[in-house]
Design a protein around this ligand. Structure first.
Ligand SMILES: [Zn+2]
Length: 316
C-alpha cells in the first residue's frame, strides 16, 4: 500500500471538521464547515462532500477507513447518532451504514469525549499511557477512560458518564434526574448560575453593572483574580467540587495519566491549587503521587486525531 490514509470526522453541535491522516499521525489536510441547525440528510451530504474534497486534495490511492467522533449520545456498536439535543433532528441516524455505502470502506463511530481521549493517547499529552483518564470541563463535563489504547466500555457498549457522578446530594438538580452531579456543580453554566444568584448588593453584581446576563464563568474567574470576595468564594467552591470528582476518579481507576481540558485548564490557576492541596492529604490506600495530571495538548484537534485513530490503530 502506498501512503495509506484514514479520514477523521469530528462532528460537534456547531462545526464539523474533516481531516486526513497518515499512519504516522500527520494531519495531511482538513476542512471545517458549519453544521448548526442542519438536519441529518443535509448534514450527511455536507460530510460526504467534505470527505470527497479532502480525498481529492491529499490524492492518496488507499483510504483505510473513516472514523467519526460525534457529540453524544451515540450508539457506537450500532453506528447510530441519536442526538437531537445538540444536533437538530439527528434522531437514530445510521451514519456508519451511510458512509460505508458511499465510500465502501470501514467506518467507526465514537462519542466525542472518547475520540478526544484517544487523540490525546495517540499523539497528545498521554501518548502511550497504559491507563489514560480524560476530563473535559466546558458547557458539560465529558470523561473517557482509555485502557491499553482501547476505549473502556460499559454494558452494551455504553459510555460511562463521569460527569454524572454524584458529589452533593443537596446540590442543584441535574437534567439527568439526579441532584448534585459533578457536571451540575462545575460546568461553565453551573458556575455562571452561582454568580447570577449572588446578592444584589454584592460587588460582583456591581462589577456586572447590575446586569446578571454579563456574568458567565469567565467573568467570575476574572473577578476572582481581581480579588472580588463573592467570585473568590464561588471559584473556591467549584475548585473543591472539581477536586472531589478528580479524587473519586483517581481512587476508582488509578490511571497513569489524567488529562484535563476545557475551561478548567483556562482557569488552572483557580482550580489546580485546591486539587494539589487536597491530593496532599496522605492516603495509604491510593498512590495519588503516581498519577500524572496534565493539560491536554491537542486542543480542539483532539477529537479529529482520535477519530482517525479508531481506524489507524489496526495498522500501527
Ligand atoms: Zn446528572
Amino acid at each position: 500500500m502506498d501512503h495509506p490514509i484514514a479520514i477523521g470526522v469530528d462532528l460537534g453541535g456547531t462545526l464539523v471538521r474533516v481531516g486526513a491522516f497518515d499512519v504516522d499521525g500527520h494531519l495531511l489536510g482538513q476542512h471545517d464547515a458549519s453544521i448548526a441547525s442542519i438536519g441529518p440528510e443535509d448534514g450527511l451530504h455536507l460530510i460526504e462532500d467534505r470527505i470527497r474534497l479532502i480525498l481529492k486534495s491529499v490524492n492518496s490511492p488507499t483510504l483505510l477507513g473513516i472514523g467519526i467522533g460525534a457529540t453524544g449520545p451515540v450508539e457506537s456498536v450500532y453506528g447510530i447518532i441519536n442526538n437531537p439535543y445538540t444536533l437538530a433532528g439527528w434522531k437514530n441516524v445510521p451514519i456508519v451504514e451511510r458512509l460505508n455505502k458511499t465510500f465502501n470502506v470501514p467506518v467507526r463511530l465514537e462519542n466525542d469525549a472518547d475520540a478526544a481521549a484517544l487523540g490525546e493517547y495517540w499523539q497528545g499529552a498521554g501518548k502511550g499511557a497504559m491507563r489514560l483518564y480524560a476530563v473535559t470541563v466546558g458547557t458539560g463535563v465529558g470523561t473517557a477512560f482509555i485502557v491499553d489504547g482501547k476505549i473502556y466500555r460499559g454494558v452494551d457498549g455504553s459510555h460511562p458518564e463521569g460527569g454524572h457522578q454524584l458529589i452533593d446530594p443537596n446540590g442543584p438538580k441535574c437534567y439527568c434526574g439526579h441532584r448534585g452531579c459533578w457536571e451540575s456543580l462545575i460546568s461553565g453554566p453551573a458556575i455562571s448560575s452561582l454568580g447570577r444568584s449572588a446578592p444584589n448588593n454584592s460587588h460582583l453584581i456591581e462589577l456586572a453593572l447590575y446586569d446578571p446576563n454579563r456574568i458567565d464563568a469567565r467573568f467570575i474567574a476574572e473577578a476572582a483574580r481581581a480579588g472580588d470576595a463573592t467570585a473568590i468564594a464561588i471559584m473556591k467552591k467549584a475548585a473543591t467540587d472539581f477536586s472531589l470528582g478528580i479524587i473519586n476518579i483517581i481512587s476508582l481507576f488509578v490511571p497513569d495519566v489524567l488529562v484535563l481540558s476545557g475551561g478548567v485548564m483556562k482557569s488552572a490557576d483557580l482550580f489546580l491549587p485546591t486539587l494539589e492541596e487536597m491530593l496532599r492529604t496522605p492516603n495509604p490506600m491510593v498512590p495519588f503521587d503516581r498519577v500524572h495530571i496534565m493539560p491536554a495538548n491537542l486542543g480542539y484537534y483532539a477529537g479529529l486525531y482520535g477519530s482517525a485513530y479508531t481506524i489507524l490503530s489496526k495498522y500501527l
